[in-house]
Write a protein that binds this ligand. Structure first.
Ligand SMILES: O=C(O)CCC(=O)C(=O)O
Length: 311
């Protein structure tokens, strides 16, 4: 089966900010096709609803005797530490084009009074992102970890504007998601350089091996997410810096504790989180509408496999 669901973006370098604004306005109004549900119509379950789901919340080790791009040692390292980094993803021209495109999207969102953190489920809104998440340099290492059948179900820009004061508390991604088992890998693609000065991501190595960890609801004005894990450092070995140059990416398990401090620099720090899951992962609350196949087959036909958006 061919994975090409739209023209690949890396041969299309002409999209600029003006095109983006028009496309954004259209995408807000766009009517979805018969099997497509609009991104904003897919609910986010409450913590109570999530707690009632029969989710399997234990790390499922990656096992692959014949990986295509990772080494066996990298797979063992992912199993032991819960993350891998850095990888070279987009080349200089590709990431400049993507940044240019994102600048247009961001400007349009800010103009509409939306936050720089609100651009989520981007692969269902923008053809450009639907194409990007199929890039072989992104998908292949993920497939080495998750197996040949992979869906992309999430894509969210975490864009820290210079000195915006926002931090991401220590958390496990799977806490928030109505998915089971925990076989989602996040690819964090740096749109800008990300380092400790502008609030890059940090990981707690080994913390993915503790299942679902207790958390508090925080609801603080300076945090992006509302759930924060208590005593995070007791679940792992120190802290690892996810320093990346623009175009590079890291991979982390959905059970790994991670977070980031505020951006105290004059530089923006934007990353695109792309959520890939093994195609045999099951969902609740209509989340199957988010996922489309980027490698192999839609085993069990659970995922709605939406087509490329028109914009
Ligand atoms: O970009 C950040 O600082 C945090 C991103 C994050 O929490 C995630 O990738 O799940």
């Amino acid at each position: 089966m061919s994975i090409w669901r739209c023209q690949p973006i890396w041969i299309d370098t002409l999209v600029g900010a003006i095109t983006t604004r028009v496309a954004l306005a259209q995408s807000e109004l766009a009517q979805s096709g018969p099997t497509m549900v609009k991104a904003d119509e897919i609910p986010n379950p409450s913590t109570q609803q999530l707690a009632e789901l029969p989710r399997q919340m234990q790390y499922v080790p990656a096992s692959n005797p014949a990986p295509r791009v990772l080494t066996i040692a990298q797979i063992q390292q992912f199993n032991a530490q819960g993350f891998l980094m850095p990888f070279d993803g987009l080349d200089g021209q590709e990431v400049r084009d993507l940044r240019n495109y994102f600048d247009g999207v961001l400007a349009a969102f800010l103009e509409m009074g939306r936050s720089s953190y609100s651009i989520n489920t981007a692969h269902l809104r923008f053809a450009r992102i639907y194409q990007l998440v199929q890039h072989p340099r992104l998908v292949r290492p993920v497939a080495d970890l998750l197996g040949p059948n992979v869906v992309c179900w999430g894509s969210h820009f975490f864009c820290k504007l210079p000195r915006d004061g926002k931090r991401v508390p220590w958390h496990q991604d799977s806490t928030y998601w109505p998915l089971s088992p925990t076989k989602t890998v996040t690819l964090w693609l740096a749109i800008d350089d990300a380092d400790p000065q502008n609030g890059n991501m940090k990981f707690i190595p080994g913390s993915h091996l503790h299942g679902l960890i207790d958390y508090d609801e925080t609801h603080q004005a300076d945090t992006i997410l509302d759930l924060a894990v208590r005593d995070p450092f007791k679940y792992g070995v120190g802290e690892a810096d996810d320093t990346l140059r623009a175009g590079q990416f890291s991979l982390h398990s959905d059970l790994l504790l991670h977070g980031s401090e505020a951006n105290n620099s004059d530089r923006r720090r934007c990353g695109l989180t792309i959520r890939y899951a093994a195609a045999d992962v099951r969902t609740w609350y209509d989340w199957h509408h988010k996922g489309f196949v980027v490698s192999g087959e839609n085993v069990g036909s659970h995922w709605a496999n939406p087509p490329c958006p028109k914009n």
